[in-house]
Design a protein around this ligand. Structure first.
Ligand code: FES
Length: 107
């Protein structure tokens, strides 16, 4: 099973903010949505742009390049020009610290 990677202190990622972490070579954006944390791969499926720096509205993040939006909960592409989902990852909060991990290849 993949290891959890520390993202940061809960209080260090405020509502509407996000933080980029590298998890074994995979860039993952962890977003705070009203106190709930979600993790999504920092890759837009339209043209490989980065979602880092994109506007977060509700539980959606907008790609800063051409405006595709993705669900932070499911990774689903919500509007053109992206049609394929991007990956989402589990998040754990323990003792005031946020963790995520890339579980795509776990058995
Ligand atoms: S690279 Fe994200 S919308 Fe084009």
């Amino acid at each position: 099973m993949s290891d959890w990677t520390e993202v940061g202190l809960v209080g260090g990622i405020g509502p509407g903010e996000h933080r980029l972490v590298d998890v074994d070579g995979t860039p993952i954006v962890v977003c705070n949505v009203g106190g709930e944390f979600f993790a999504i791969e920092d890759v837009c499926t339209h043209d490989g742009g980065r979602l880092t720096g994109g506007c977060i509205a509700g539980d959606e993040i907008e790609c800063p390049r051409h405006g595709a939006r993705f669900s932070l909960r499911t990774g689903e592409a919500l509007c053109a020009p992206a049609y394929e989902p991007t990956a989402t990852f589990p998040v754990r909060v323990e003792d005031g610290i946020v963790y995520t991990r890339d579980d795509r290849w776990d058995d």
